[in-house]
Design a protein around this ligand. Structure first.
Ligand code: RP5
Length: 164
């Protein structure tokens, strides 16, 4: 059986980021989106990072989700070497509570965008990737609509619990 081409690349600066990035992977699994997960470090494996970004589109990836903490250069550097959409996830470390990660990722120079989610917001990064893919996949768009309806229903359930 031929291998399935991943549509989303989930990369992170260290395996220590995975506890946060797992939320993005969970969303992709829930929506049945093919993906790959790799540690790609801007500082420790800079050549691998550049190769990953430069080959991403030709390998069939449509979106890259990149998470890093501290001096979090990975999302911006990946964005510099690919024209695919890059979603950046600021990973909170023990010091500075992730504000360092957020500022390292969000403040990109005009021309090289990174769509940055909140500190630790890997779940929303996964959902942005789903949303991007849904623009050319009606089935996925339907699943995303169902997901939103479930969210709405869960809020109503909580309201009913409050009345009980
Ligand atoms: C960053 O350094 C990584 O993204 C990670 O958040 C942080 C610490 O990495 P480890 O020392 O835990 O490998 O590049």
């Amino acid at each position: 059986m031929p291998a399935i081409t991943p549509l989303v690349g989930v990369i992170m600066g260290s395996d220590s980021d995975f506890s946060v990035m797992a939320d993005a992977v969970a969303v992709l699994n829930d929506f049945g989106i093919s993906h790959e997960v790799q540690v790609v470090s801007a500082h420790r494996t800079p050549e691998k990072m550049i190769d990953y970004g430069r080959t991403a589109r030709d390998r069939g990836l449509k979106v890259i989700i990149a998470g890093a903490g501290g001096a979090a250069h990975l999302p911006g550097m990946i964005a510099a070497v690919t024209t695919l959409p890059v979603v950046g996830v600021p990973v909170p470390l023990a010091r500075l509570d992730g504000l360092d990660s957020l500022l390292s990722i969000v403040q990109m120079p005009a021309g090289i965008p990174v769509a940055t989610v909140s500190i630790g917001g890997a779940k929303n990064a996964g959902l942005i990737a789903v949303s991007i893919l849904s623009t050319f996949d009606d089935t996925l768009a339907g699943k995303l609509g169902d997901y939103r309806e479930e969210l709405t229903a869960s809020v109503e359930m909580k309201n009913q619990d409050l009345q009980a």
